[in-house]
Design a protein around this ligand. Structure first.
Ligand code: AP5
Length: 216
């Protein structure tokens, strides 16, 4: 299978939760720019050091840095038969850079899934999110609690709350999404490959809708 998929949507809508399984089901790597950037921050690399100040405030990391990082990732052998991009592109400039890169090889994005939910749902999901710093598994204190409070079900590490899931930063991330990312919905709708997925329901219901959309 050779399929290139974009998961688009606001912070906390559940893109990462859905992306892991959808990528596995389609036999392609899951490429989350947020995950790559957090790994760079943890490694204290030059990129991570530059990115951290933006991420801590809920601002977007500059396009030039992110585009170069993604180009490097997409050049890896595991992407030769497609990929699922989660959280990229996030600006029109990033979308243009991706399209230019694909056009060099006569390729295009096959499908864009736009996950949508109202702000109150997003705020509840982000505020209750807990993540494993070791194996990166995701939990939610209400909707997906670990078996033992505060402890990862998979590796036993102590769960953490992401620094950018603090209320003031969540508010800024939602504003940045509206100002800089939401216009990509029209962009891909006009390109004719966007499907909106109502993401207010359960993880399983959303996974079914996403899987159906990816069959077309
Ligand atoms: P990133 O990590 O990409 O953050 P985001 O887009 O804000 O998305 P999230 O990871 O917060 O949410 P999600 O939609 O994946 O939701 P999740 O599945 O975790 O980016 C972080 C930062 O990096 C950015 O702010 C920016 O600074 C930088 N960055 C990244 N990409 C960039 C780019 N391209 N350009 C520039 N800068 C970039 O779910 C959330 C919670 O809800 C979880 O607890 C989960 O368990 C729960 N949940 C999920 N689904 C459901 C459900 N159906 N019902 C109930 N609970 C649910």
């Amino acid at each position: 299978m050779n399929v290139k998929i974009i998961f688009l949507g606001p912070p906390g809508v559940g893109k990462g939760t859905q992306a892991k399984e959808a990528a596995a089901a389609n036999g392609v790597p899951h490429i989350s720019t947020g995950d790559i950037l957090r790994a760079e921050v943890d490694a204290r690399s030059d990129l991570g050091t530059q990115a951290k100040s933006y991420m801590d405030k809920g601002e977007l990391v500059p396009d030039g840095l992110v585009v170069e990082m993604v180009a490097h990732r997409l050049a890896q052998p595991d992407c030769s038969h497609g990929y699922l991009l989660d959280g990229f592109p996030r600006t029109m400039a990033q979308a243009a850079a991706l399209e230019a890169k694909l056009a060099e090889r006569g390729e295009t994005i096959d499908r864009v899934l736009y996950f949508s939910a109202p702000d109150e749902v997003l705020i509840r999901r982000l505020s209750g999110r807990r993540t494993c710093p070791n194996c990166k598994a995701g939990f939610h204190v209400e909707t997906m609690p670990p078996k033992t409070e505060g402890v990862c079900d998979h590796c036993g590490a102590e769960l953490i709350q992401r620094a950018d899931d603090e209320p003031a930063t969540i508010k800024n991330r939602l504003e940045v999404y509206t100002a800089r990312t939401a216009e990509l919905i029209d962009h891909y709708e006009n390109a004719g490959n966007l499907t909106e997925i109502d993401s207010t329901g359960t993880v399983d219901a959303i996974a079914d809708a996403a899987s159906e959309a990816l069959k077309t």
